[in-house]
Design a protein around this ligand. Sequence first.
Ligand SMILES: [Zn+2]
Length: 350
Amino acid sequence: MTSWAVRGIELPFGTAPRQWWIGESGSVHDAPLPDAEPLPGRYLLAGLADAHAHPAVGPGPSGPVARDRSAAEDSLRAWARAGVTLVRDAGSPRGVVLDVEPGPGLPVLHAAGRFLAPPGRYFPELLGDPVPEPDLVRCGLAEIGRGASWVKVIADFPDLAAGTGPEPTYPIGAIADLTAAVHQAGGRVAAHSTTALASQLVAIGVDSIEHGPRLDEAAIADMASRGTAWTPTLCASLGQLDNPDLPPESRRKLEEARERLTELLPLAVRLGVPVLAGTDVVGSIPREVALLVQIGLEPAEALAAASTWPREYFAAAAASDIVTYHNDPRADPAELTRPAAVIVGGTRLL
Ligand SMILES: [Zn+2]
């Protein structure tokens, strides 16, 4: 059975139920397809998307730990069963995720290859071989040559040896050269930033800001005119506020960040910045959607950030990706943990 009959409300913005039929290639029809299998569920989505994931990184007792290719595939399979049909891998140790072969039961994958950071400026176990500034362009292009569609540059980070807070890792001109070279080669650049450097990264033309708690209104206006995406990864930051053992100073900083984001994320959505849900190492899509609602996005917008907006931004092909729910996840994002049916690339997983 390779075609499906669905009757329900199309998420994230639909309001009225309708009936339609979806063919094997993802083609949508208003008239019945022969032998179409009816799907359960009254709310329908073309799959969830995770725009900042690390299938080859896991949480460890003292920081993130590297995983191998088969563990990365296991994660991707589990995410697909949970309704995630599109994943951008935001960097993997030694670029191991580039070796994952597409196949039935796996989400569509856009991978960034290995992390680009100079010595001592990223988690050592994840960084592997550091990338000194003179090698930045060459190493970025090498990842594109290995099949990466994105390049992940750690643009600011604490100096781990000195124990100081985050500051720029490379001169901005070096990241500009990397960005120009990657664009020339047909790839895109995702920049990790947690400092005010983010506005300069936008100005030199990186394609997405990862985290970005120090973006400001001017940078967001610039992102809107350039089409720069923002993946705020709230689970990895604001999610920590749920931890009762969080040191008071960290709590104060995160509460400050939450206040800024409550202004800036709804502004970004209003201006048309592609705001994308991403889980990083510690989060989940239902939790990220809930946090996006908490900081002021409309529930339908928060769901769009985890589905249709990234599908548009990553130009996801019209594969047969369908996820249905019995109850409206806009009323409660926890509904996203209880899909009624999951079809990924034409393969029914639930
Ligand atoms: Zn990350």
